[in-house]
Design a binder for this molecule. Structure first.
Ligand SMILES: [Zn+2]
Ligand SMILES: [Zn+2]
Length: 132
């Protein structure tokens, strides 16, 4: 069965403990993996994976008080759940109109393409290179 247009109009996501739930209005654009060392640290993984949505359409439905933001660089804030540690989003005052939500916290698997890989020169050597 395919989703109806109304169901497809939103992305929904949540953190590992379920305390934080959010939704974001589509469209969602510029899905990416970022291999910068800050994303590696923040996600505890080879990359941070994001998709951009409009800030106006991004709504925290539950757990706003659980979200802590870390300023990883002067304009950028990384939001995470202070209970379970899930990385939720990246936002920057230099691009305030959009917010990068973490693909891994989406409740339904991302169906779109990954359009960009950032900081590939920092991609860890232990990551398999079988994308080509
Ligand atoms: Zn949580
Ligand atoms: Zn990064």
């Amino acid at each position: 069965m395919s989703s109806s247009p109304s169901e497809a109009a939103l992305l929904r996501g949540s953190c590992l403990c379920g305390g934080v739930r959010y939704h974001a209005a589509l469209p969602a654009n510029h899905a990416s993996h970022c291999y910068c060392t800050m994303c590696q640290k923040h996600h505890g993984a080879a990359a941070g994976s994001y998709v951009n949505v409009a800030s106006d359409g991004f709504v925290i439905d539950a757990g706003l008080d659980l979200i802590t933001e870390f300023a990883s660089s002067p304009p950028a804030r990384r939001g995470f759940c202070s209970v379970c540690g899930s990385s939720l989003y990246w936002r920057s005052s230099e691009s305030a109109e959009s917010i990068a939500v973490t693909i891994g916290t989406l409740d339904e698997a991302w169906q779109g393409p990954i359009e960009k890989e950032w900081f590939v020169e920092q991609k860890p050597d232990w990551l398999p290179r079988n994308t080509g």
